[in-house]
Design a protein around this ligand. Structure first.
Ligand code: GLA
Length: 387
């Protein structure tokens, strides 16, 4: 138990006069394999030591009260009704998950809950996926539905796709639910087979620099990228092999042979995805043999692809990457997650982090007027009941 969970336990008890179950679920980083999860490729995420906490217990009626400590709001919910909850988007993440159980024919015992956490919201560290994962996990336990962690990750993804209308892939929920301390997980998003890799960074640490911006484009452009990838895949199925399972597995030679027939933008999107999947696989080999230098170089190459071919970066992210990647104490630097804001992920030698942060925040403030935030994170376990 830690301070945060003690606090919501107390709040839950004061409000509902009963003791809750407390579930913790992490945010995530992704080392490499960006924008390939919905293209059936490989990703390398990890759960981190920043979490969402959910205190939950059955209510004794047909309705429940849900409380968000961080937004200082509460809503009364009638179970079995699935309508948007204007002004309380945080509660829609919970409701979307409840709805998915109903869609599977599983009626959920009405519950009260309190939510809080220390994952920065809107920074691209998947606080929403952590909440959805925590709720899915808690409902599964409370109702003894016996669903596997993989099924819960899929259910949480569908909640985000259907109730929230964001066509995200499965990476964020999967990482939150399956994370393992001191490990990254290499996930095949086509089959959902996964493998844990020990993460030995030696003198280096995972450092996130938060742009402090989230451009409005993020959801709409995300969905556009998905459509462009689907267009590319349909082309390769038609002209090369109708059984190719996904875009990540398209050979680069097919793409190069199609330059004159493919829309140039779609061509670039496909090039990025195919190259990123290959880069990710060889980055895993670097990690296996402890070649952190080459691993870092690939991270930075991913940023170039996301910036120039996939076009999901933004000037703030580019500024933060450009300012640090060439420093000798930095193994690699790139934007992370969906893009258009959020954080960069960097592998930086521990003893220079404070100095680098001081210099970078001055430059960033000068350039954008924004105070740069930094999070030094370590890997953590996946969704769990902590009390
Ligand atoms: C967001 C989505 C993920 C994934 C990343 C990009 O975080 O939620 O599913 O597509 O963007 O890799």
């Amino acid at each position: 138990m830690n301070v945060i969970s003690e606090k919501i336990k107390q709040l839950f008890f004061d409000t509902f006069s009963t003791n809750p179950t407390i579930v913790r679920s992490s945010g995530r980083v992704n080392l490499i394999g960006e924008h390939v999860d919905y293209n059936g490729g490989f990703v390398l995420p990890a759960a981190i030591d920043k979490s969402t906490y959910l205190a939950i217990a059955p209510s004794d009626s047909e309705s429940g009260k849900w409380i968000s400590v961080d937004f200082d709001k509460s809503v009364d919910i009638k179970f079995g009704v699935f309508k948007p909850i204007p002004q309380n988007r945080w509660a829609e993440y919970i409701l979307g998950v409840v709805e998915q159980f109903y869609k599977r024919g599983l009626e959920v015992i009405p519950f009260n809950c309190v939510v809080t956490g220390d994952i920065p919201i809107g920074s691209g560290l998947s606080s929403s996926a952590a909440l959805e994962s925590a709720v899915a996990f808690a409902i599964n336990e409370m109702n003894e539905f016996g669903m596997s962690r993989n099924e819960l990750a899929k259910l949480a993804q569908q909640a985000e796709n259907e109730f929230m209308g964001v066509k995200c892939g499965i990476m964020d929920m999967f990482a939150s639910i399956h994370g393992k301390e001191n490990h990254v997980l290499r996930l095949d998003c086509e089959t959902l087979d996964y493998e844990y890799f020990p993460l030995n960074l030696g003198d280096y640490k995972i450092v996130l620099f938060d742009t402090g911006v989230k451009h409005n484009l993020v959801d709409s452009e995300y969905n556009v990228r998905r459509l462009q990838c689907e267009e590319g895949l349909a082309f390769f199925r038609k002209h090369f092999d109708e059984t190719i399972p996904n875009l990540s597995q398209v050979p680069l030679a097919w793409l190069q042979a199609s330059r004159s027939q493919l829309n140039p933008v779609v061509y670039n999107r496909c090039q990025y995805v195919i190259e990123e999947n290959q880069r990710m696989l060889s980055a895993c080999e670097d990690l296996k043999v402890g070649n952190l230098r080459d691993f870092g170089i690939k991270l930075t190459a991913t940023h170039e692809g996301l910036r120039n071919l996939y076009e999901v970066s933004c000037k703030e992210l580019d500024f933060l990457v450009d300012a640090v990647w060439h420093e000798s104490a930095v193994l690699g630097s790139r934007m992370m997650g969906g893009g258009f804001g959020g954080c960069t992920i960097n592998l930086i030698k521990a003893d220079v982090i404070d100095d680098l942060y001081a210099r970078l925040s001055m430059l960033y403030k000068e350039k954008t007027g924004i105070d740069l935030k930094m999070y030094s994170v370590v890997t953590a376990n996946g969704t769990e009941i902590i009390q």
